[in-house]
Design a protein around this ligand. Structure first.
Ligand SMILES: Cc1cc2nc3c(=O)[nH]c(=O)nc-3n(C[C@H](O)[C@H](O)[C@H](O)COP(=O)(O)OP(=O)(O)OC[C@H]3O[C@@H](n4cnc5c(N)ncnc54)[C@H](O)[C@@H]3O)c2cc1C
Length: 446
């Protein structure tokens, strides 16, 4: 690859091996991924992205696309090839009257929320502030506001995309509606998305925090979690359950509610019975600014940590599944590891399964086993623990998975993430990227 040929048409920096910033530019969230691209093209705007895509096409390269770099499978980096890096692209414009925000795809949820909260606005976003808006939104997007506002992709109004031939296409309900549908969950398969317009909501304060119990109470807490969630929560209240170890080394299980309705006193009333249960060894639930919620869990998932995940939606959470989960997670192989069961309802599950490409609307409980550790010598121990725990829960797996939770060795599960939407996604892929230029992702083959 002749980098000078790219540089001639490029305004941003092109970082190659030997460059002082090379190691920093190739580092991504998952410290297990250590890839050495031949060039990282740090785009300053859509014109740079178009130049990089054309360069890839002329040189028969299949680029990786890097935004927040959080994908656990490390898909933002590759060995030897070209990385199209959108992180310098952090433009944002907010229309308070129309309640919309148009953001370039270099934003993380932290920088996006910071700007939109200036206007008193929020939309469903990720749980960790360093995650990129791009990869998370393109995979569908699950977050605290989803019961009231829908998934992240339910709130996208348009996307600007540089497609495989280097042209700029705007996809919305009126323009390229098939592409618009596919981008709502179909990942980075259709081109490099340069900006996204979101529908916003007037949310600045929420009620959230953790209710912490000893791990020995796992089965009781999981039953309480299931019963409370299934009793019919209002759309404004989301409840997660996390098997965690506290920073002082106490093996615990936590209930994590988030109420995002307009009347927080109503949220307090709804949560009162949950807070009485146990009682918890620590009750940290309280009113907090939305920005504090969006950083509440950051310390649990620092950039550069080693990580391996297994995940699946559950067909249900009957007592025997709860017993199996409690037994499998009585001890975790790493104190940093987390097992999350996330409950979805309301506007997250209301749309028809084919309303967007996001393929998993019909199952309420999502199991995510996130192993996290620092020492490379321990890799196999934690990978094995993750797989064993996942295997223990297989009898209750729904045969569906969130595409953004797939690990590096799970490419064959991509169709599972899309279910019946997979064949329509393949047709849209054939239309916009027939040569599969964008294949370094959870790939949908044309
Ligand atoms: C600690 C942690 C917490 C998380 N929490 C949540 C959560 O609360 N909710 C949730 O839904 N998910 C969550 N995720 C999963 C997250 O959605 C995915 O990891 C997602 O891929 C991250 O996006 P990114 O931009 O940071 O990643 P990157 O690794 O930069 O990108 C991932 C992939 O997205 C595609 N992509 C990225 N940018 C573009 C672009 N501009 N155009 C086209 N394609 C692009 C590419 O295929 C790329 O390989 C979490 C992940 C981590 C590690």
């Amino acid at each position: 690859m002749d980098i000078a040929q790219l540089q001639a048409h490029f305004r941003g920096e092109v970082i190659t091996p030997g460059h002082a910033g090379y190691d920093a530019a190739r580092q991504i969230w998952n410290g297990m991924i250590d890839r050495r691209p031949a060039a990282i093209a740090r785009c300053t705007g859509p014109a740079d992205v178009a130049a990089a895509v054309r360069f890839a096409s002329e040189n028969d390269l299949y680029p990786a696309i890097r935004a927040g770099g959080h994908n656990v499978a490390g898909l933002a980096m590759l060995d030897g090839g070209l990385v199209i890096d959108v992180t310098p692209m952090k433009g944002i414009s907010i229309d308070r009257k129309a309640m919309t925000a148009t953001a370039q795809t270099g934003h993380t949820w932290g920088t996006f929320d910071r700007e939109t909260q200036m206007h008193g606005l929020a939309t469903t976003g990720g749980l960790i502030s360093t995650t990129g808006i791009a990869g998370l939104t393109l995979g569908g997007g699950i977050g605290w506001l989803m019961g009231r506002c829908g998934l992240v992709c339910d709130n996208t109004l348009s996307y600007d995309v540089i497609t495989a031939d280097g042209s700029l296409v705007t996809a919305s309900a009126n323009e390229h509606p098939d592409l618009f549908w596919a981008l709502k969950g179909g990942g980075g398969n259709f081109g490099v998305v340069t900006s996204i317009t979101y529908r916003m909501y007037p949310i600045t304060q929420v009620l959230s925090g953790m209710l912490v119990y000893p791990r020995a109470m796992s089965a009781q807490v999981l039953r309480r979690f299931r019963d409370f969630a299934e009793a019919g929560l209002p759309d404004e209240l989301i409840l997660y359950c996390g098997i965690v170890t506290t920073p002082d080394g106490f093996p615990a299980i936590a209930l994590i509610p988030c109420y995002c309705g307009d009347d927080l006193a109503e949220g307090e009333r709804l949560l009162a019975p949950l807070r009485k249960f146990g009682p918890p060894v620590a009750d940290m639930v309280g009113r907090m600014p939305y920005l504090a919620l969006q950083q509440m869990l950051d310390a649990a998932a620092p950039y550069g940590i080693r990580s391996y995940w297994k995940s699946s939606y559950l067909a249900g959470l009957p007592d025997d599944a709860i017993e199996a989960c409690a037994a499998a997670t009585a001890a975790t192989s790493s104190p940093r590891s987390l097992v999350m069961i996330e409950h979805a309802h309301g506007r997250a599950t209301a749309p028809a399964p084919d309303a967007t490409a996001f393929g998993s609307r019909s199952h309420a409980f999502d199991l995510v086993i996130l192993s996290l550790w620092s020492d490379p010598a321990e890799d196999q121990t934690h990978i094995d623990w993750t797989r064993d725990t996942f295997r223990a829960m297989q009898p209750w797996a729904a045969g569906s998975v969130y595409v953004n939770a797939l690990s590096e060795d799970e490419a064959e599960r991509t169709p599972e993430a899309y279910g019946p939407n997979h064949s329509r996604l393949r047709r849209v892929k054939a239309q916009y990227d027939p040569g599969n230029r964008f294949r370094h992702n959870q790939n949908i083959k044309p």
